[in-house]
Design a protein around this ligand. Structure first.
Ligand SMILES: NC(=O)c1ccc[n+]([C@@H]2O[C@H](COP(=O)([O-])OP(=O)(O)OC[C@H]3O[C@@H](n4cnc5c(N)ncnc54)[C@H](OP(=O)(O)O)[C@@H]3O)[C@@H](O)[C@H]2O)c1
Length: 287
């Protein structure tokens, strides 16, 4: 069991909150890095500290004495890479020696999914610091698939007949906690996926079964996808991120199934049917 002082970011969110709870449950009260202390989860032995990503002065204080940083990637932002690299640099300056970074499957400088490029640049920066690292390259969150369905019961996106091995927040959090509390993970890059890669047509069918109403998939062309999302008033880089989430499924870049959850966390990852049975609230917008 690790005796490291572990700091976790993103703890007011889905993934970071789950990771912090697992660490606290294991008796390793983590340091909770938050922007708003009033929203920090209340966990035994855990101490909230206030700092936003890239805020060098606040991070210098918040991360003093930290051995390991679990860095949840920031919400999508035009300057997300610099938010990440600024946070990493501040952590190294504060004495951190190990970082576990929540990355994305297929992170590459030319990844089809434009937001995955940020993850590659962040990984490269972390490598350059010389700190020990583990990268958790997560597939699309299983938790998000029901949100792909419009109120009309249709998933619309340019994913073609491609497959995705989506993975649940809970399974990723189990992997992250095992990495943080265990040994032998330094220098490793893990692709973290669910148990099976499925098409969006199969996902629609499964979601429809759980919701008790027909759900279908309409494979848009890229041009249709950009046009259908152009009216939301979002900047071009945001729309590109939305559209390329699906386009990366079409190219096969997300068609991966690994044994990471089983090998690192010691249990089988959840599939979509199991996830929906355990989280019926995710279907509320379809009822
Ligand atoms: N694999 C996928 O399918 C997928 C899908 C969507 C997003 N993601 C990425 O995975 C990350 C974690 O997912 P999640 O579901 O846990 O997201 P979430 O519930 O939205 O949580 C994001 C967390 O990151 C914190 N955060 C975001 N930007 C920050 C900043 N600039 N400075 C400090 N804290 C910041 C948020 O803090 P506040 O509460 O203060 O905002 C929140 O605690 C996301 O942030 C995103 O980068 C992956």
């Amino acid at each position: 069991m690790s005796k490291d002082v572990i700091a976790v970011t993103g703890v007011t969110g889905q993934l970071g909150g789950r990771i912090a709870r697992r660490l606290a449950g294991a008796g390793t009260g983590p340091r909770l890095v938050v922007r708003d202390p009033a929203r920090a989860p209340r966990l035994p032995g855990a101490e909230p500290v206030v700092a936003g990503y890239g805020d060098a002065a606040a991070l210098a204080t918040a991360l003093r004495g930290v051995d390991t940083l679990l860095l949840v990637s920031a919400s999508e932002a035009a300057d997300r890479v610099s938010l990440h690299t600024g946070t990493v640099d501040a952590a190294v300056a504060a004495g951190m020696s190990r970082i576990v970074y929540i990355s994305f499957l297929g992170a590459a400088p030319d990844a089809t999914f434009t937001f995955a490029r940020d993850h590659w640049h962040t990984e490269e920066h972390i490598r350059g610091t010389g700190a020990a690292f583990t990268f958790l390259r997560d597939s699309i969150y299983l938790d998000m698939l029901p949100q792909f369905v419009g109120r009309d019961g249709v998933i619309r996106g340019p994913a073609g007949d491609g497959c995705v091995g989506a993975v649940a927040h809970d399974d990723i959090a189990d992997v992250a906690a095992a990495v943080l509390l265990g040994d032998g993970h330094d220098g490793r890059t893990y692709d973290v996926t669910g148990p099976r890669a499925i098409t969006l047509a199969e996902a629609a069918e499964e979601i429809g079964r759980a919701a008790g109403r027909p759900v279908t998939y309409h494979a848009e062309t890229l041009a249709e996808a950009y046009a259908s999302r152009s009216g939301y008033g979002a900047p071009d880089w945001v729309v590109a991120g939305w559209v390329t989430t699906y386009a990366a499924i079409a190219t096969g870049e997300l068609d991966a199934v690994t044994d990471t959850v089983e090998a690192v966390a010691g249990h089988r990852p959840m599939n979509l049917a199991e996830f929906l049975a355990a989280n019926p609230d995710r279907l509320a917008h379809l009822r």
